[in-house]
Every structure is written in structure tokens, then in C-alpha cells.
Write a protein that binds this ligand. Structure first.
Ligand SMILES: [Zn+2]
Length: 209
């Protein structure tokens, strides 16, 4: 049984099953609420190869997003000579980026935390991650689309980012789709610097004999 994609707990309460025909596939969802963090997700053991087959075969990416709004946000956070990458375009390779964009991807994945960790690993020390997903709290209907394996709220998206060592610097309702929640997050790169200064302070106050 699939654990909670946010906190990995298996303690949950059933919400109900949904069977939906969409794009040549019957999507059978078995939705639950995580009793540890409150995330709503599908507990079915989805098979990655089946999803890969679906997305490689008949998937057509929706093209109704406000791309100028995405670009304007990117320009606010990327340095003038910066490098950005959008995960829906392809592999991140070996590069490090100033900004990684992830628009409407995490809700489709069996392991959204895995992709967030991978994106964090490709951020420069001052790098920024921009993520947008459907907001289940404000707009439940689009969040419950057949292809979505979990239903994010603003709080749960922030929790997922925090768990990966990021802190949220900006949160925007409906950035590029009216039903979306967008977060801009940065690495907690300052922790090592704080450790160094704390260590110095300890050294000054309690010198080891
Ligand atoms: Zn949970």
C-alpha cells in the first residue's frame, strides 16, 4: 500500500474510491486522508511502468497556462545571466541552476518528494525552486482530475518543500492557472554559515582544554 507522499506515514482514513475513464485509461483511485499530516492521496500501489507508458504514449500536456505570468516570476528571481531549467522539458543532467521550474508535475507522481529532492540537488547555493500544483483546498474539482495521485493544499506543498531542506519565500494563489497554488522556495544554505559562526562562539566561550 502506498504511504503518504508527504510524511510517509501509512496511518490513514479511507475517503472513497473513484473510477474515471480518461484518455484511453481507466483510473481507479482509492483515496485516503493521512492521519499524521492530513494529506489527501491515493493509496493504490501505482506501477511506474504503467504510468510511464501512459505519459509517453497518449499524453498531451495541457496548454492553458498563463506563460507570461510564469516568465515574469522567473525574471524576478533569476539573475540577469542566470540559468533556469523547467523539469517538464527534460532531464536536469549534471548542471546546477539558478532557478528550477516545476509547473503542474508533482500531483502526477508516485513519489513527488523524490523529484523535489532531485531538483534541490540541482540548485546552486542561492538557487530558487518554483513549484505550482492544483490547490485542493481552494479548488477541489480540478485537483481531483483523474491523473492526479495526490491533492495538495498550500500547507502540504510547503511541508513537502520544507522536508527537502527548502524554505518558502513567496506563495501565490492562481499564478498561471486560476486553481493553482505556487510556491517559491530557496535552499537553507545559510545553515552551514550559521553553524560556523555558532562553532566560533562556542570556541570563544568554552575553549576545550
Ligand atoms: Zn502524511
Amino acid at each position: 500500500m502506498r504511504p503518504c507522499p508527504i510524511c510517509h506515514s501509512t496511518s490513514h482514513q479511507p475517503l472513497g474510491t473513484r473510477t474515471l475513464q480518461h484518455a484511453k485509461l481507466v483510473w481507479v483511485h482509492d483515496d485516503v486522508l493521512c492521519l499524521d499530516c492530513g494529506m489527501v492521496y491515493d493509496r493504490r500501489d501505482w506501477i511506474q511502468a504503467e504510468l510511464d507508458d501512459y505519459y509517453m504514449g497518449n499524453y498531451e500536456c495541457a496548454r492553458n497556462a498563463d506563460y507570461p505570468a510564469q516568465l515574469a516570476l522567473l525574471k524576478r528571481y533569476a539573475p540577469a545571466d542566470g540559468i533556469a531549467h523547467d523539469v517538464s522539458i527534460g532531464s536536469m543532467g549534471d548542471s546546477l541552476y539558478d532557478v528550477v521550474n516545476c509547473y503542474y508535475v508533482l500531483e502526477h507522481l508516485i513519489d513527488p518528494a523524490g523529484l523535489v529532492r532531485e531538483m534541490v540537488a540541482h540548485l546552486k547555493p542561492n538557487g530558487v525552486l518554483i513549484v505550482e500544483v492544483p490547490d485542493f483546498e481552494r479548488c477541489p474539482e480540478p485537483a481531483l482530475f483523474p491523473e492526479h495521485l495526490q491533492q495538495f493544499t498550500s500547507e502540504h506543498l510547503a511541508l513537502l518543500l520544507n522536508n527537502a531542506g527548502l524554505f518558502v519565500v513567496e506563495s501565490i494563489n492562481g499564478l498561471s492557472r486560476p486553481f493553482g497554488i505556487c510556491k517559491v522556495a530557496m535552499r537553507r544554505w545559510g545553515i552551514q554559515a550559521r553553524y560556523a559562526s555558532a562553532k566560533t562562539a562556542y570556541g570563544a566561550e568554552c575553549a576545550t582544554p
